[in-house]
Write a protein that binds this ligand. Structure first.
Ligand code: RFL
Ligand code: PHB
Length: 390
């Protein structure tokens, strides 16, 4: 079959790409190796920046988000003896939204159904060919066992960290950092004990209190990278959460744990984000540690640049935006990579007492200095897409 853009991966990046292209009158075919049910149930990110929400609104997929999502003015930062609220709306005039990646994915999947773009879910043996020629193509075996060839003008590699696209960019430079810790992620059927997220520094390690709805809470505990999940009974989880979040006059409500897993952590940037007619977007090109809540938002920001660039090429043969894409995207990627690294290193126990005192000094500065608080707010709530020609 022939299409204008072949999109590899139906995570948030690939689905948003499909929808933005459809709105721009560009035909696309989406290729995903998992089932749609699996993709829509994968529990990952929970925070949307103001700019991400504006984009979703603008392209008609923000309706349920506004109905069921939770608008937050800011976050709480905690360290022993202090819980400090940073009010982003007061500091910079915009906040964030709590809305699970599962829900974003379902909303974008519904938009794709309405757009009528073709999709192959449960595709196997997905391979990219001739991406440095003017006739790139993708081969796969469809769910029914039939081999399929897709010829396209352009390919969008939105297939996450483990997908095949990045391997088709020869000579790329990879810069990365491993961290000596991981997160134990916990989903629980209990009302959040806080109005807005709590990021807590504690001598035992970092803890985060997030949420998915008024009935479902999401928690993370800093653990060792090779932590054995079987060592974490529900009782132990609640005891450790209560210890790390302890604050005078405040109580953590517990409830049934419905999911728990250990999440590895790394920073990773592969550049350039283009080879010939193949363009990478989202986790296929970069990974950030989750303490800055940036992964999903960066994927959206990449697509906000790439979709109009691809549409301009398909409609007018113009290559200006496509030629600018990798450099423009990487500027934002490195800003977010720095912020995610900085939040990670400020909040997680590592090193010795000297490191701990530096972390506490940095945390106290966010309380005493409006300039420091504003800088954190600008980065967390997301820099506007204003530099983005759309
Ligand atoms: P995704 O969501 O990984 O989607 C890529 C899609 O490509 C598919 N794929 C293939 N398709 C066809 N052929 C192949 N050979 C393929 N190989 C893979 C995959 O099945 C998938 O559907 O990348 P995308 O769209 O770029 O979106 C990025 C975000 O998903 C990601 O940045 C965040 O979820 C990162 N992340 C988190 N970010 C946060 O901000 N907060 C979090 O709490 C948070 N938790 C997480 C996370 C990422 C995780 N991963 C990737 C292991 C927790 C986890 C477990
Ligand atoms: C989440 O709700 O999953 C979440 C929130 C904030 C983060 C990371 C994860 O920084």
């Amino acid at each position: 079959m022939r299409t204008q853009v072949a999109i590899i991966g139906a995570g948030p990046a690939g689905l948003l790409m499909s929808h933005l292209l459809a709105r721009a009158g560009v035909d696309a075919v989406l290729v995903e190796n998992r089932s749609r049910e699996y993709v829509e149930a994968r529990i990952r990110a929970g925070i949307l920046e103001a700019s991400s929400v504006e984009l979703l609104d603008e392209v008609g997929v923000g309706e349920r988000l506004h109905r069921e999502g939770m608008a937050h003015r800011g976050i709480h930062l905690q360290w022993p003896g202090t819980r400090h609220h940073l009010d982003f709306v007061d500091l910079i005039g915009r906040g964030v939204w709590v809305y699970g990646q599962t829900e974003v994915t379902k909303d974008l999947g519904a938009a794709r159904d309405a757009d009528g773009q073709v999709a192959f879910y449960e595709a196997s043996e997905v391979e990219l060919h001739d991406v440095d020629s003017d006739a790139p193509w993708v081969s796969l075996v469809a769910a029914d066992g039939e081999p399929v060839r897709i010829d396209a003008a352009l390919i969008a590699g939105c297939d996450g960290f483990h997908g095949p696209s990045r391997g088709n960019v020869p000579g790329s430079t990879v810069l990365e950092r491993d961290y000596p810790f991981a997160w134990l992620g916990v989903l629980a059927s209990v009302a959040p004990s806080t109005d807005e997220l709590i990021y807590a520094w504690h001598p035992n390690g970092f803890a985060l209190h997030s949420m998915r709805s008024t009935e479902v809470s999401r928690f993370y505990l800093q653990v060792h990278p090779d932590e054995d999940i079987d060592e974490w009974s529900d009782d132990r989880i609640w005891t450790e959460l209560s210890t790390r979040f302890a604050h005078d006059g405040w109580h953590l409500q517990d409830g049934p744990v419905t999911e728990k897993s250990v999440l590895p952590m790394r920073s990773f940037v592969s550049a350039p984000m283009r080879h010939g007619r193949l363009f990478l977007a989202g986790d296929s090109a970069h990974i950030v540690p989750p303490a800055g809540a940036k992964g999903l938002n960066l994927a959206i920001a990449d697509v906000a640049l790439l979709a109009p660039a691809m549409a301009a090429y398909v409609h007018d043969g113009s290559t200006t935006l496509l030629d600018d894409y990798s450099e423009a995207a990487l500027r934002r990627v490195w800003r977010c990579t720095h912020f995610s690294w900085w939040m990670t290193m400020m909040l997680h126990r590592h090193g010795d007492d000297f490191d701990a005192e530096l972390q506490l000094a940095q945390l106290r500065l966010t309380q005493s200095s409006r300039a420091a608080a504003t800088s954190l707010a600008e980065n967390y709530a997301g820099l506007p897409f204003s530099a983005t020609p759309r």
